[in-house]
Write a protein that binds this ligand. Structure first.
Ligand SMILES: [Zn+2]
Ligand SMILES: [Zn+2]
Length: 573
């Protein structure tokens, strides 16, 4: 990772914060703050200056010592002093700086006078009204602190499934490498493939928990050990994700897996069936009086309550128990069912790769077809295609299709749905395409009624095929826009339009419950990656997981069909 000026600025500011929390000499603190400001406002890249061996001490406020540190940061990305300061400062302490009204000076005093070293400590002393007693704090600041903590609790962000995976998978591999660990599995909403996870719940089977716990808390990503016990430990990772590790005996593995996979609502429903049959079900097993009758395998737990095993993605108490009882659980779609991708971008607009590179990537994934859907002209920021440039692209697709073997490029466009519900390119050119992905990219603020009307009007256009990312949401960033999804689903089913399940991990749009509704009402679905570079085609599995949470079967999704079947499914009714 190349170092930017802003990285140097951040490091110097963090050093200043940590020094100030320690009560260091104010002149030293100020020197770092000044240096941070100097580098932060530099018009040139400090990396280039180091590489060209320029004299950094000519910059205002930069002496020999700081110049040396800048060089080290540019070369290594960090500096020893920062690492030392971080190592001797409790990690919870610097988080306190995010609380409004708390600068390093106040944090230092809270630590010295009230022993505050974490957010939990801060909340406690604030609620015990100890803060108002301190000189220079007072009631108002104390109240502000309490409000800020409450607010940040509400805002606490969940982690995107893909990000959680990037942390969980190496951690599982690491734990499996322990000689005493048996099975290692991540349960919880992660196993249910929910779009975001609050924390990770890892289960490990082994006879002797000591070495596994030791290994767990010693992992290099661990920032803080919250608690450590014989059967359960909790750590906070550097990424801010909390991880619980539970060691369970092999005989309880299935019961624990079921219990910790949840959801809570699903577990309650299963436990209730247990009670009706005279059983007690918990994380250790299924009991009749004090006798264990099941527990080693998850399927046994279901069998005890007269149900077949239910896929984790369905365990939300949204009808899966009743369906299982009636023998009507859906045969869920899998990533191997996908025959192609129907939404991707190339460097003609905001993608990174050429048509040919995208085609090769599709073929490498075993696809029969790949639809090229660059942006239309209204998305000026992405250099959207007008009619002329689109026609040029179509000619290139024809040429490529002649020389390509093993995959067909389909002609498409991600055409904007304009505010009045019309499409951003003339019908005449849209009619030449194999398909259109029609998307809302602006005016998310329309009323529910107007937004619904806008999209329904777009569906009136006979060139409309697929509704792209139907709610416009960006997880953790932008709420879905207001729209009557039930009406959209019904209209799509009636007119033979298709709803997209956008597989981008930050979108996963349709939502799971909407997938389920679409499936029930007979609206067709397409699962597409919206890839902006070739490697993005691998995101398909996240869209498939989302569809599985929505009870979707292969037959509900048009891009599980071969090319002829797809062309047929794209026909409007
Ligand atoms: Zn889009
Ligand atoms: Zn797109």
């Amino acid at each position: 990772m190349p170092v930017h000026n802003s990285d140097v600025e951040e490091i110097f500011n963090e050093i200043a914060d940590l020094l100030e929390i320690e009560g260091a000499n104010p002149f030293r603190v100020r020197a770092y703050r000044n240096a941070a400001r100097t580098i932060g406002s530099l018009s040139r890249n400090v990396r280039d200056m180091v590489e060209e061996d320029e004299d950094l001490t000519e910059l205002p406020g930069i002496g020999e010592d700081l110049a040396g540190k800048i060089e080290t940061i540019v070369k290594t990305g960090t500096v020893e002093q920062l690492e030392k300061l971080r190592a001797r400062t409790p990690p919870g302490l610097t988080k306190l700086l995010d609380v409004s009204g708390l600068g390093p000076k106040r944090v230092q005093r809270l630590r010295e006078e009230l022993g505050v070293e974490s957010m939990a400590d801060l909340e406690r002393v604030a609620k015990e009204h100890k803060i108002r007693e301190l000189d220079g704090f007072g009631e108002k600041i104390e109240q502000g602190i309490i409000e800020d903590i409450e607010e940040s609790k509400e805002k606490e962000q969940r982690t995107l499934l893909m990000k959680a995976e990037q942390v969980a998978e190496p951690l599982v591999t690491y734990l499996k490498a322990s000689e005493v660990a048996g099975d290692v599995v991540v349960a919880g909403s992660y196993r249910r493939r929910k779009e975001t996870v609050g924390d990770l719940d890892i289960l490990v089977t082994c006879a002797d928990s000591g070495p596994v716990m030791e290994r767990f808390v010693g992992h290099e990503e661990v920032a803080e050990v919250v608690s450590r016990g014989e059967t359960r430990s909790t750590v906070m990772l550097r990424s801010g994700l909390q991880v619980d590790l539970r060691v369970v005996p092999q005989a309880s593995y299935g019961a624990a897996m079921h219990y910790f996979t949840g959801s809570q609502a699903h577990n309650i429903a299963v436990r209730k069936r247990g009670v009706e049959r005279g059983y007690k079900i918990n994380e250790y097993g299924v009991y009749r009086d004090s006798e264990v009758i099941a527990g080693e395998e998850e399927a046994e737990v279901f069998r005890a309550v007269d149900l077949p095993w239910i896929p984790p993605e369905l365990r939300e108490d949204r009808g899966e128990i009743q369906a299982a009882e009636a023998g009507e659980l859906p045969e869920l779609i899998g990533v191997g069912d996908m025959r192609g991708d129907l939404h991707c971008h190339t460097k003609a607009t905001d993608g990174a790769d050429s048509l040919a590179a995208m085609a090769r990537a599709g073929r490498e994934r075993g696809y029969d077809y790949l639809a090229i859907t660059d942006h239309s002209r209204r998305v000026a920021m992405a250099h959207g295609l007008d009619e002329k440039r689109l026609r040029e692209q179509l000619a290139e697709i024809d040429r490529l299709n002649e020389e390509l073997a093993g995959i067909t490029l389909l002609k498409g466009i991600e055409v904007d749905i304009l505010e009045d519900g019309s499409l951003d390119l003339p019908d005449s050119v849209l009619a030449e395409l194999d398909l259109t992905v029609c998307s809302v990219h602006y005016r998310f603020d329309l009323s529910r009624e107007k937004q619904t009307e806008r999209i329904l009007r777009a569906m009136d256009n006979p060139q409309f095929r697929i509704l792209g990312h139907p709610t416009g949401r960006l997880l953790n960033e932008r709420e879905p826009f207001e729209v009557d999804m039930e009406r959209l689903v019904e209209a799509a089913a009636e007119r033979g339009c298709v709803l997209e399940v956008n597989a981008q991990p930050s979108r996963l749009d349709l939502r799971d419950v909407d997938c389920q509704m679409a499936r029930e009402r007979g609206a067709k679905l397409a699962i597409s990656t919206d890839a902006h570079h070739a490697a993005n085609l691998d995101l398909m599995r996240f869209g498939v997981d989302q569809a599985r949470r929505g009870w979707v079967r292969p037959a509900d999704v048009i891009n599980t069909r071969d090319l002829a079947g797809l062309r047929q499914a794209l026909q409007r009714s």
